[in-house]
Design a protein around this ligand. Structure first.
Ligand SMILES: Nc1nc2c(c(=O)[nH]1)N[C@H]1C(S)=C(S)[C@@H](COP(=O)(O)OP(=O)(O)OC[C@H]3O[C@@H](n4cnc5c(=O)[nH]c(N)nc54)[C@H](O)[C@@H]3O)O[C@H]1N2
Ligand SMILES: Nc1nc2c(c(=O)[nH]1)N[C@H]1C(S)=C(S)[C@@H](COP(=O)(O)OP(=O)(O)OC[C@H]3O[C@@H](n4cnc5c(=O)[nH]c(N)nc54)[C@H](O)[C@@H]3O)O[C@H]1N2
Ligand code: SF4
Ligand SMILES: [Mo]
Length: 769
């Protein structure tokens, strides 16, 4: 087989518009094929693409993977992480026993002792301080059943609003951009739209490195007959940008300006669908008025890109007949995140490019199961996209859970992640259970996060499969089963649901998060309003059944999506109902949006201030099924570059690593491909600072500093890039490596997503002895 570490996307299988993407089966086995005893169906959990995969098993161990040829998502392909990442499962340092801190040290113990400590402290905190002293911070990498259990335990049992997912760092802006424009979360498009489109607009989305199989699909179109036009907006010349017809290398933090200029051009040249706008949207006049202030020359100045390039991009978008737009972290984690993401929705809406083949917008997901955190109410929402301000919605949830309405906190929005950590810092939260995320590397301003997690008054429980920078700070560590060691469902970025089957047993005493949560609910004695056990499920399938029934009639209706259906047709797109048992290719095909006052997931926000709208004001202008065009002016990022901190730091990903590397650092071919931290500088900036390729540099912000070798490959002068993958678990001592030492505790006013892409820094050469 070709070296799929170096050859990231594999060989081309070009195809033309409307064709079907050819199959190509990618496989990696560590034993001869005839030694494989079973192939267990699943989907890959190393990004939001959710590629269908079979896990090879021999003698109770995973011995390989093979892409599923018939899967609608990947047609057999896998990228480097998918092919090799699973090998971390068998690494020797898996957590196999619970740990409890005794005399300052984490010591191995049995499950009973550990759970007993967790439950005793929970009950003590509840008795002394009430539910508001309890916090839960979860993942975008567990299964739907696990999140739903968590949402029910926390919102319906404990009764605290302090539950959020790391999806807050990841796709909170996707969620809120969809809610603000369309009334509900849920990505409207289908990956088959890529097969049909004649133009692609990728905004802050380095898909070539971050969803490698999706990029293979795009590349096969770009290298096939009738190539679609490609516009990429990204300050860096990424592998994605290198394929573009127009690359707008904007100044970080100026997305709203460039998007407003594109809208300006579409309107000025009458490249808009007036019939669609009149019948299916509201807010066009206000939008037209705002974007009138953004002729290309003005945006060119704000964003520092040629006006002519903006015009060329607008012509590609304006002249096409089928436009697919995608948005990811270059928008969600940048300045004015939701305001900018909504402008991409607006581009598709003004062109009437939604709900039909080849015409769609993807507010992309990042983590494999982020969509499920959102649907199940384990992030800052209620399950099934129910609206916390809508009494009828909350009543319905209380009925399904059989709890009194006031038990479910709904006097304000559920608490967002950075607010949860703030409460821990102030001492109002005294018990925090972290599942499936590593905040001591992934949250902004790490010095602060470390000090919060280590606080005396905070009892910290961490469920993970590996020792991490966060487990190191815990009072109790629970060893978790990983993907392949448990059964459950998850949903990718085009609403494709896969059932991932258990292939092998977890090591030692490791247990699924589902089992740990049910054990907790039981030991806590959580009950419904009749005094019966709040949770009486035998296994994940029962949780799935209850959750999917709760979605009935909601935009994310999955009421006909049971395990049996998912075993018969692996990979089904929701909505999946009795009327559409095979699923639904794209949302809004009838151009009716779930914006009605009784239906919508939220009454929306002011894009600039984040002020929450109330039911009455929303009802007064009820969009009643129309999409809402919301406009926004550009504002500069709050942390300005100045003499002390003259450069703009942006952070992000590298193709071979997954987040804080708990998996990819344990897989030799992936780790060897990118073994240590680096920072990227523009050659002009480097020359001014007398820095040569490979020199060790110090990058300092107002929060902290890091040191790493420089790579002179930047594209925009003034911009520094650092991957955020490198923490400390595989390094001796010191805290001068992780990019998040530098980032700032600041979030988007609407989505509350942290701004990881716009810190001000200075760079200097470290003189080495
Ligand atoms: N290999 C790999 N793949 C992954 C992951 C991983 O860790 N490794 N993680 C997964 C997850 S959870 C996520 S969320 C996704 C993220 O996937 P992406 O969003 O594609 O990845 P990032 O590198 O975070 O950021 C994308 C781009 O945003 C650009 N950018 C920075 N600032 C701005 C700006 O102001 N405006 C614009 N327009 N662009 C800007 C950066 O230069 C960068 O190239 O990837 C998923 N896939
Ligand atoms: N500077 C900067 N910071 C960023 C970003 C950025 O672009 N720049 N991106 C942000 C984004 S988009 C994301 S998604 C986050 C990711 O940040 P994290 O979520 O902190 O990153 P991971 O390394 O994926 O951490 C997941 C943890 O869960 C464990 N785990 C895996 N599977 C399971 C399981 O089934 N059960 C349990 N209990 N544990 C499990 C893993 O071992 C790992 O320790 O980082 C965010 N932080
Ligand atoms: S594209 Fe994502 S889901 Fe597909 S194999 Fe790669 S990491 Fe896994
Ligand atoms: Mo993410």
């Amino acid at each position: 087989m070709a070296d799929r570490i170096a050859d990231v996307w594999g060989s081309r299988t070009p195809f033309g518009p409307g064709g079907s993407w050819p199959e190509r089966v990618d496989e990696h086995l560590t034993v001869p094929c005839e030694d494989v005893q079973r192939w267990v169906p699943s989907a890959c959990v190393l990004c939001s693409n959710g590629c269908g995969v079979d896990i090879a098993v021999a003698d109770g161990r995973m011995v390989g993977v093979r892409g599923r040829a018939e899967d609608r998502v990947n047609r057999g392909r896998l990228g480097p992480k998918g092919l090799f990442g699973w090998q971390a499962t068998h690494s020797a340092d898996r957590l196999t026993r619970p740990l409890v801190r005794v005399d300052g040290e984490l010591r191995p113990t049995d499950w009973d002792t550990a759970m007993d400590a967790v439950v005793r402290r929970s009950q003590q905190v509840l008795a002394e301080h009430g539910p508001l002293a309890m916090g839960f911070y979860t993942s975008g990498q567990l299964f739907a059943e696990e999140y739903y259990a968590q949402a029910k335990i926390v919102r319906g049992g404990i009764g605290t609003p302090h539950l959020d997912g790391n999806t807050r760092l990841c796709t909170a802006t996707a969620e809120w951009a969809l809610v603000e424009s369309f009334g509900s979360d849920g990505d409207p498009g289908s990956y088959t739209d890529i097969d049909e489109c004649d133009a692609l607009l990728l905004v802050g989305h380095n898909v070539a490195e971050t969803q490698t199989v999706l990029w293979s699909r795009m590349l096969d179109r770009l290298h096939g007959p009738d190539r679609p036009g490609l516009v990429v907006i990204d300050p860096r010349r990424t592998p994605t940008a290198r394929e573009a017809d127009v690359h707008l290398a904007v100044r970080p933090g100026t997305n709203v300006a460039v998007l407003n200029a594109l809208l300006h051009e579409l309107i000025a040249h009458d490249r808009i669908d007036r019939d669609f706008l009149a019948a299916h949207t509201t807010g066009f006049d206000a939008l037209a008025e705002v974007v009138a202030d953004y002729p290309p020359e003005r945006a060119a100045e704000l964003c520092d890109v040629p006006a002519e390039s903006i015009r060329r991009a607008a012509r590609i978008i304006g002249d096409c007949e089928r436009l697919v737009s995608t948005v990811l972290q270059g928008v969600y984690q940048s300045h004015q995140a939701t305001a900018a993401a909504v402008q991409v929705n607006n581009i598709n809406l003004v062109r009437g490019m939604i709900g039909r083949p080849g015409a769609s917008v993807f507010q992309m997901n990042g983590q494999p199961t982020a969509e499920n955190t959102r649907e199940t109410g384990a992030d800052g929402t209620l399950p099934a996209y129910l609206n916390w301000q809508n009494d009828a919605h909350v009543r319905r949830l209380a009925e399904v859970w059989n709890v009194e309405v006031p038990r479910i906190p709904h006097w304000g929005p559920p608490t967002h992640a950075l607010e949860i950590f703030r409460h821990c810092e102030q001492g109002t939260i005294r018990f925090l259970w972290i599942t499936g995320t590593n905040p001591a590397v992934s949250l902004p301003e790490l010095r602060r996060i470390r000090s919060i997690c280590a606080r005396d008054g905070l009892f910290l429980v961490v469920s993970d499969a590996f020792p991490t920078e966060t487990t190191e700070l815990a009072d109790v560590v629970l060893p978790a089963a990983l993907w392949g060691e448990k059964t459950g469902c998850f949903t990718n970025a085009d609403r494709t649901v896969h059932l991932s089957e258990q292939a092998i047993e977890p090591p030692g005493q490791a247990r699924s998060d589902f089992a740990a949560l049910l054990d907790y609910a039981d030991r806590m004695g959580l009950t419904d309003r009749d005094g019966a056990a709040l949770i009486d499920w035998g296994g994940p399938e029962d949780a799935w059944r209850e959750f999917t029934e709760l979605t009935r009639g909601r935009p994310c209706d999955q009421s006909a999506l049971d395990y049996r259906a998912l075993r018969e047709h692996r990979g089904i797109q929701w909505p999946c109902t009795d009327d559409a048992p095979e699923g639904t290719t794209r949302l809004y095909a009838d151009h009716r949006f779930p914006t009605g006052v009784d239906e919508c997931e939220d009454y929306g926000h002011d894009l600039l201030t984040g002020a929450q709208h109330e039911r009455d004001e929303y009802a007064a202008h009820d969009p009643a099924g129309r999409a809402v065009l919301k406009a926004a002016h550009h504002h500069p990022p709050h942390e300005q570059v100045d003499e002390d901190y003259p450069l703009r730091l942006t952070t992000g990903r590298h193709v071979h690593h997954w987040h804080t590397r708990t998996k990819t650092a344990r897989v030799a071919p992936l780790q060897d491909a990118a073994p240590t931290m680096w920072v990227e500088l523009h050659p002009d900036d480097a020359a001014r600072l007398a820095i040569a390729e490979g020199d060790r540099v110090r990058v300092a912000s107002r929060r902290g500093c890091i040191e790493a070798p420089a790579r002179l490959r930047g594209h925009r002068p003034g911009v520094v890039f650092a991957p955020f993958h490198y923490g400390y678990f595989d390094q001796d001592g010191g805290h001068e490596r992780a990019a998040n030492e530098l980032t700032r505790t600041e979030w988007d006013p609407v989505s509350k997503q942290p701004l990881y892409k716009v810190a001000a820094v200075r760079v200097s050469k470290v003189e080495q002895p």
